[in-house]
Design a protein around this ligand. Structure first.
Ligand code: SF4
Length: 103
């Protein structure tokens, strides 16, 4: 893609995302799963496909797990699972979390 303002090539989205940095708050994840007795909901399972940062996966026991390192704080998972009550979600403490290079 060419930037029409100065003729230079603008970076692809993947290249832009690669520029972001993440400051991990060790021992204080800002997203946690509260597994329900009846098993993971379809909403929670869907996060393995819709989280743009790929933070959700299915473990060997068939349960959804989250590794929030790299989370872009978009809030999608918070909204999708709001009704199920399976997620505890908060913004990381100041100085931690995503550090956006391109705003
Ligand atoms: S806030 Fe967005 S990027 Fe972070 S875990 Fe949820 S869906 Fe993924």
């Amino acid at each position: 893609m060419t930037d029409k303002t100065n003729g230079s090539k603008s970076p692809r989205m993947e290249e832009r995302l690669y520029q972001n940095r993440y400051q991990v708050d060790e021992g204080r994840p800002h997203v946690k799963i509260n597994h329900q007795a009846g098993g993971d909901s379809e909403e929670l399972k869907a996060l393995t496909k819709i989280c743009p940062a790929g933070c959700y996966s299915i473990n060997e026991d068939g349960q959804v797990e989250v590794a929030a390192d790299g989370c872009m704080e978009c809030g999608t998972c918070r909204i999708v699972c709001q009704a199920t009550g399976e997620l505890e979600w908060s913004y990381p403490r100041g100085g931690y979390g995503i550090l956006f290079k391109f705003g």
